[in-house]
Write a protein that binds this ligand. Structure first.
Ligand code: ARG
Length: 459
């Protein structure tokens, strides 16, 4: 038999394959609460505008609440024949309240309805994204505070570069996740316009009040162009874009945690709560959460690319292609929230190994730049010459199998005659980090200043 919702011109119902490719109820049931909120706002507005009676609106609004509890309690029978969440809810409303249910769909279409539902869903995710980021930033601030003056190697090319502080390294991620936070907040402001009442695409001849429904649903205003309102999915792409960048940050940190927790580095111990064992090798404690975070990033990037591809060729306005927006966003959101929470847990629980960090900080000629700077500052050498002299000293130390501070003054003077005993004062890692007092530098005093600034920003 033909479809109850739009079957007027149809003699036959859809083929089973048609139904299978067409139905979205299997996934868009996740938007049930948003769909019902949107319909309740729409019904109240229709009554306020005299388009339907108050008693019909009351019956619709009550009936929708009944359906919401049915869904929440798992008592709702979803039907594939009814395609999607919108028609499942409306059909059930007919069963619950009878004839007034048919008046709900006045002055709207599934096109503005689905855009509204999906926006409300994505908006909730942006809020969860924001809280997840704040919790992670707070965990990083805790680590930074505990180890503001712990020295560790800073790397370029994963080769020892210069000593830095643990706090400084943690705060680098605070800056990254802080920018993610501002991206999320920007996206939320930009997306918060209501599509509801754009109807199929052209608006409606009913005297609806789009400001009223926008207000009721917590939007800042109605979207100003009905064609755009039903076509726009860039709000979902901004979510995926912000999620992708954040996931990239998470993945870089996850990669560092994998390296740092290895027996070769031993910079951190991850907690038992956030690691796993091996079924054959009894000694193993694996950083699985970090590895999974690193891997989940691929799904999030994939979702972003997939939705870009779905949208890029579509003429205005709605095309059924757009039904493929939701699964990508759902999957990306689920995995992003999980990755954020796992990273927060790992960061809160992990223990930096202060001794190993310090020992590593001093190896690999990490204070060579301090030595070159000393030659410039004290002996007045041009930096290029100082670089060359220091390079020769590093080569000498390397040949002798020792570090720079282990060379004797005589050995140093064989490379440059004017070097004095004072040089040993700059070869220590503590001295090195303490001297990096330029704004944004690694000196503990600078790091503590940045921690205080972020605490102030987060309130
Ligand atoms: N299930 C559809 C979707 O997710 C709802 C909108 C249907 N609109 C239409 N004109 N067929 O996009």
């Amino acid at each position: 038999t033909s479809n109850k919702m739009w079957g007027g011109r149809f003699a036959a119902g859809p083929d089973a394959i048609m139904e299978a490719i067409n139905a979205s109820i299997g996934f868009d049931k996740r938007m049930a609460a948003q769909d019902i909120a949107g319909s309740r706002a729409h019904a109240a507005m229709l009554a306020a505008q005299g388009i339907i009676s108050d008693s019909d609106a009351e019956a619709i609004r009550e009936g929708l609440l009944t359906i919401l509890s049915e869904i929440e309690e798992g008592r709702f029978a979803f039907s594939t024949a009814l395609e999607d969440i919108h028609m499942n809810v409306e059909a059930r409303l007919k069963e619950v309240i009878g004839e007034p249910a048919g008046r709900l769909h006045t002055g709207r279409s599934r096109n503005d309805q689905v855009a509204t539902d999906f926006k409300l869903w994505v908006r909730d995710q942006l809020d969860a994204f924001e809280s997840g980021l704040i919790a992670l930033i707070q965990a990083l601030l805790g680590q930074a505070e505990a180890g503001a003056d712990w020295v560790m190697p800073g790397f370029t090319h994963l080769q020892t570069a210069q000593p830095v502080t643990w706090g400084h390294h943690m705060m680098a991620y605070v800056e990254m996740f802080g920018r993610d936070l501002s991206r999320v907040r920007d996206a939320r402001v930009r997306m918060n316009e209501s599509p509801l009442g754009a109807a199929a695409l052209a608006g409606t001849s009913f005297p609806i009040d789009r400001h009223m429904t926008a207000d009721a649903l917590g939007f800042d205003r109605p979207a100003a162009n009905s064609l755009d309102a039903v076509s726009d999915r860039d709000f979902a792409l901004e979510f995926l874009g912000a999620a992708s960048i954040c996931a990239m940050h998470l993945s870089r940190f996850a990669e560092e945690l994998v390296i740092w927790s290895s027996a070769q580095f031993r910079f951190v111990a991850l907690s038992d709560r956030f690691s796993t064992g091996s079924s054959i090798m009894p000694q193993k404690k694996n950083p699985d959460a970090a590895e999974l975070i690193r891997a989940k990033v691929g799904r999030i990037f994939g979702a972003n690319t997939a939705l870009m591809m779905v949208m890029k060729g579509l003429p205005l306005t709605y095309s059924k292609d757009m039904q493929e927006d939701k699964e990508q966003v759902f999957d990306a959101a689920d995995n992003l929230m999980l990755a954020l929470a796992a990273m927060e847990g790992m960061v809160r629980d992990m223990t930096g190994n202060r001794e190993n960090l310090a020992a590593a900080a001093g190896s690999g000629f990490s204070t060579a730049t301090d030595l070159a700077d000393w030659l410039v500052r004290v002996l007045g050498l041009p930096f290029r010459d100082a670089h060359h002299v220091t390079g020769s000293l590093v080569a000498m130390a390397e040949a002798k199998g020792c570090d720079l501070p282990d060379l004797t003054l005589e050995q140093m003077q064989s490379v440059h005659n004017d070097i004095t005993q004072d040089v040993f004062g700059v070869l220590g890692v503590e001295n090195s980090v303490n001297s990096r007092m330029s704004y944004g530098g690694t000196a503990p005093e600078q790091v503590r200043g940045q921690i205080a600034r972020w605490k102030g920003l987060l309130g």
